[in-house]
Ligand binder design. Structure first.
Ligand code: ADP
Ligand code: MG
Length: 712
């Protein structure tokens, strides 16, 4: 028996705060458990009552003779810490703290929550909540919550951080006939977190899909570790609130947790093989899709339709996901030619014409199910004059039964399609209302396949170790001298020690020295200010490019000094940088920063001075494996240009870029003292890369700075 079995499959439950007052939560929970058909022992606890609906009521848990696996608590939260002392003495194994008033209400609530945690730890009681609605385990008919009708049995599991969405989704699921094995309202996660519950549910045979409604994570490390394993076996789908700033503020008042940065959440989900749905509606759609249809093995989709317009809408929506309609093979087209009226589209979308009878749908689908070039089918039905919706729906069912490819019917219309919809729903086929919804679900289901494969290949490894000593020396020296901000000059020494290519760069302290350097490295050169107090050099007039003769070297030297003095009179100036001017087809950025929750992260994208404006960047976390680095690059828009070139710009060697990103990742793992790193730009031209500018912010920090894989 696993420890959390005591919680989710208890042999005995004490319901603390069970009451006869019908308007109270303690009544609703008691009632739900009793009426749900739970077969274990039920012990209501209430100081004031002797009997409750035929059950003997105990004054205290200590009076119960039996041993207790689970205590469900719905008394005012201020009494809960003291109650945990009793639970401890009674050796109760687990608890669900329904009571609200924890950290979501402010400082005082936070203290109470801490007190509960402390006692739980002392007595080794694992608990859900506080501020939650309880849970359901349909396998043993345990409806241990308030506010829910008994859900249908099924293989989906649901974990919700929001109580309101917990009830909303379970209610919707009843209507859509989606069954659950477990549904858990997780509340404030004072003890048990997403990671714990996913780990537990992931091992259960009776769970084949895990849905999450999330506002924030408190345990990204555990979450990541667990999800990366579980997602290999079963899909995890998350709807997360807080995409925008205001969304995050709302999340704070919801469960009191501080939502981290949303783009980091998205990056983490991807790295863990988790599919993110954009909104609750989509979560519903995906739940249906995953629970009723197979997952597409690839992204070659076909659209069948009896109307041109909706077919185009579907194709447009695929385009938003960067998915092109797959071309039908000659064989498939030939087979369709024999079947369809001459005017059929001869193409994907497969327009089988407005007069399509049920038979024509069926035969077309048979051919497409057999076509090896197709991974999934979207089938649109609009009610036209000759359409027989119900009979067509029956054919949909017959033809898709037991097939390995996903089949998503779209029934576009209202009244005329009701009977057909009902039939499909009753026969466990998802029904979509619009082509867009079907396409989004198809693509996101496929993205599970895609992400799962990424994670399978994404082996987390320790740093491959470069010139560790060189970098350590530079970092130690600077920290000893309290230099936190490293200039381009120092940064490039570090980068190059870790195999990140930089252009020849020299610091000069006189015009003569500058001229000498140029005689060595040759024209053209770039000259820049070297000052720890001026980090955005061009802003200070501290960068002059395209210097092609000795006279300009001399003039630029003086000019840059003057500009710097004007910009910041007291700036400490260490010299003037003279460096080789290199030419690049693309300006890229590689950066890193530290987030309290997610620790060190890495950014890649389109660089230059307008990074903030274009925001064509993507994020991930060290360590970067080869696949992770590749995916980080491929997630940006500029990737398409890098891959295929653009006008006179030749394609860039992506493998070279991958190697640089992995080197950056190694550097970050070896040196948690690097809090921030900015390589902007990294100039790229075919297989040549140069970090022509860089800066580093140091900190005094020892220990682990990554949430992935325990690599440092
Ligand atoms: N060595 C170089 N070769 C070619 N272009 C360069 C070089 N150094 C800088 N540049 C160009 O000048 C811009 C500003 O220089 P940079 O060193 O990045 O200063 P800043 O501190 O303002 O970011 C860069 O974005 C790049 O376009
Ligand atoms: Mg720069």
């Amino acid at each position: 028996m696993e420890y959390l079995d005591y919680l989710f499959s208890p042999r005995s439950i004490a319901i603390i705060g069970a009451t006869d007052k019908k308007e109270k939560v303690g009544y609703a929970i008691f009632k739900n458990i009793v009426e749900g058909g739970y077969k274990g022992k039920i012990y209501p606890v209430n100081k004031r009552l002797d009997y409750l609906e035929g059950y003997r009521v105990y004054r205290s848990v200590l009076d119960i003779e039996d041993s207790i696996d689970l205590a469900i608590i719905s008394i005012p939260i201020q009494y809960v810490p003291e109650l945990f002392e009793q639970l401890g003495r009674k050796r109760v194994k687990t608890a669900v703290v329904i009571s609200a008033g924890g950290k979501e209400t402010g400082e005082k609530g936070k203290q109470i929550e801490e007190a509960i945690k402390e006692r739980a730890k002392k007595y080794r009681i694992r608990f859900l909540g506080p501020n939650c609605l309880g849970f359901v385990n349909t396998l043993i008919d345990l409806n241990a919550n308030f506010g829910l009708d008994k859900p249908l049995k099924g293989k989906t599991a649901f974990i919700s951080q929001s109580g309101a969405l917990f009830t909303a989704i379970m209610d919707w699921a009843l209507r859509e006939k989606i069954g659950f094995s477990y549904a858990v309202s997780i509340g404030n996660m004072a003890d048990l977190t997403f990671g714990d519950i996913i780990e537990y549910l992931g091992k259960k045979e009776e769970v084949d899909t895990i849905l999450l409604y999330m506002e924030s994570l408190t345990d990204p490390e555990k979450f990541a570790n667990v999800s990366r394993k579980i997602s290999q076996k079963k899909p995890i789908i998350v709807a997360k609130a807080g995409r925008s700033e205001s969304g995050q503020k709302a999340a704070v008042s919801h469960t009191g947790a501080i939502a981290g940065k949303d783009f980091l959440y998205s990056a983490l989900f991807k790295r863990c093989g988790i599919v993110r749905s954009d909104n609750v509606l989509q979560l519903f759609d995906l739940t249906e899709a995953f629970s009723k249809q197979p997952v597409p093995e690839g992204n070659r989709f076909v659209v069948v339709t009896n109307a041109g317009g909706p077919g185009v809408m579907a194709a447009d929506q695929f385009d938003k996901w960067n998915v092109k309609p797959v071309s039908l093979s000659e064989e498939t087209i030939e087979r369709l030619n024999k079947l369809l009226p001459r005017v059929w589209s001869h193409n994907n979308p497969v327009d089988i014409i407005g007069d399509a009878p049920p038979e024509r749908y069926r035969k077309t689908l048979e051919i497409l199910f057999e076509a090896p070039e197709i991974d999934g089918i979207i089938c649109i039905l609009t009610p036209q004059f000759m359409t027989k919706p119900y009979e067509t729906a029956v054919q949909f069912y017959e033809v898709s039964k037991g097939k390995k490819k996903p089949f998503y019917p779209v029934l576009l219309g209202g009244e005329k399609l009701e009977k057909a919809k009902l039939f499909l729903e009753e026969h466990n086929i998802p029904v979509f209302e619009t082509p867009e919804e079907a396409v989004d679900s198809m693509f996101l289901s496929y993205s599970y396949t895609y992400r799962k494969r990424l994670v399978a290949e994404d082996i987390l490894e320790k740093s491959r170790g470069k010139n560790y000593k060189t970098v350590k020396h530079i970092i130690d020296k600077n920290l000893n001298e309290d230099n936190i901000l490293l200039t381009e000059f120092e940064t490039k020494k570090i980068l190059s020690a870790y195999g990140i290519p930089v252009n020849d760069t020299y610091n000069t302290i006189s015009v003569d020295e500058a001229v000498n350097v140029v005689r060595n490295i040759g024209f053209p050169v770039v000259m820049k200010i070297n000052s720890p107090d001026i980090l955005h050099k061009s802003e200070a007039g501290g960068v002059i490019t395209g210097i092609k003769d000795i006279d300009s070297v001399k003039k630029s030297f003086e000019k840059i000094l003057q500009n710097a003095k004007k910009y910041k009179p007291d700036a400490k100036i260490e010299g003037i940088i003279v460096e080789k001017q290199v030419s690049g087809d693309f300006e890229l950025i590689i950066g890193s920063s530290f987030d309290k929750l997610f620790k060190q992260y890495i950014m890649f994208g389109m660089g230059g001075t307008m990074v903030e404006f274009f925001k064509d960047v993507s994020f991930d976390f060290p360590p970067l494996s080869k696949v992770a680095a590749k995916e980080l690059i491929a997630s940006t828009r500029i990737y398409r240009l890098l891959k295929s070139g653009f006008r006179d710009k030749k394609p860039v060697e992506i493998n070279g870029l991958i190697d640089i990103l992995m080197n950056v990742s190694d550097l970050l793992i070896d040196f948690p003292q690097i809090e921030e790193l900015d390589i902007n730009p990294l100039l790229a031209k075919e297989n040549k890369f140069y970090a022509v500018d860089g800066r580093i912010k140091l900190r005094r920090f020892e220990g682990k700075n990554t949430i992935l894989g325990g690599v440092n």
